[in-house]
Ligand binder design. Structure first.
Ligand code: ATP
Ligand code: MG
Length: 168
């Protein structure tokens, strides 16, 4: 049984994440998905709650052949202990898939096999770009799965984001 770990903030979950996860699904028996900065929501960079992000991911991966677990992980303000924090919350895994330099460094130092998947059309498939489009009333729906569009509609996510910015 091999398990691979993939972590992001998923603000929101988009097609870049989705293409990477589909690739990982062909490489491992099970996928452990960490929802990072789980304690954050209702800010411009982190508008969605951990629960809302779990919903986006779980619904989007509905048809994935590979079993997966979606696990919120709160930030700790101590990078040296972060791998242990992740380990304490997740099923055992032996490989990590990430392009984030700090994630790569911390898991490599801990002796875990780390693989960096290729980026999928990174310029537009980026949480920052999708949030910018939501704020400006530009099309963003084609950059995420229909399930994510549904969740964001259900929680009135775009209105939330605009109100947050107005409050600032
Ligand atoms: P933000 O702009 O808010 O940081 P993001 O698009 O970078 O959002 P994250 O949740 O920060 O999304 O990223 C989670 C992981 O997904 C990171 O390792 C990141 O490198 C990776 N990733 C993000 N966009 C893509 C993409 N288009 N193709 C492949 N991997 C991606
Ligand atoms: Mg990012």
């Amino acid at each position: 049984m091999s398990r691979g770990f993939y972590i992001g903030r998923f603000q929101p979950y988009h097609n870049g994440h989705h293409s990477v996860l589909k690739r990982i699904a062909s490489l491992v028996d099970e996928i452990v998905i960490g929802v990072g900065s789980a304690q954050l929501s209702h800010t411009m960079a982190n508008p969605f709650t951990a629960g809302e992000r779990v919903l986006m991911i779980t619904r989007s991966l509905n048809n994935l052949e590979c079993p997966f677990y979606v696990i919120p992980i709160e930030d700790i303000q101590r990078n040296a202990l972060w791998v242990a924090q992740v380990r304490s919350m997740t099923p055992p895994f032996e490989s990590v898939y990430s392009s984030n330099p700090l994630v790569v460094q911390l898991f490599s130092e801990a002796g875990v096999d780390v693989y960096s998947p290729d980026m999928y059309e990174r310029l537009i498939h980026s949480g920052t770009e999708i949030r910018r489009r939501m704020l400006n009333g530009e099309p963003w729906e084609h950059l995420v799965s229909p399930a994510v569009v549904d969740v964001i509609r259900e929680i009135r996510g775009v209105e939330r984001l605009r109100r947050i910015v107005r409050n600032d």
